[in-house]
Design a protein around this ligand. Structure first.
Ligand SMILES: [Zn+2]
Length: 110
């Protein structure tokens, strides 16, 4: 495939895979933390519930990012990485630097 950015796709792939490992580790930590919140004390429970909501929020956004990264890795494997899935335009290197797993060009992301 033709190279679409300044950086080789293998670089992007390594970056995405490293990020995926990090996210999976963080999600595992969040789950452990949630599981440990089994206090019978009501007041403490209320505080922990708030903390749990924050943790769960982090978990959800982490899972969304994981799915986006997995989709990006699939596009790399298919040779489609770096092109917008909506309009087919080339996604700029600067945009990929900021959001390496983005499936959209700058125009379609808005
Ligand atoms: Zn587009």
């Amino acid at each position: 495939m033709t190279q679409v950015t300044d950086r080789p796709v293998s670089d992007r792939k390594a970056q995405l895979e490293a990020r995926l490992v990090l996210l999976n580790a963080r999600l595992a930590e969040i789950e452990t933390e949630l599981d440990s919140h089994m206090s019978p004390d009501w007041e403490e429970l209320a505080t922990e519930r708030e903390a749990d909501e924050v943790l769960e929020g982090m978990g959800v956004s982490g899972q969304q990012e994981i799915r986006a990264i997995e989709a990006a890795l699939a596009r790399i494997a298919a040779g489609e990485y770096g092109f917008c899935v909506k309009c087919g335009a080339e996604i700029g290197a600067e945009r990929l630097d900021a959001v390496p797993y983005t499936p959209f060009c700058r125009t379609c992301a808005h």
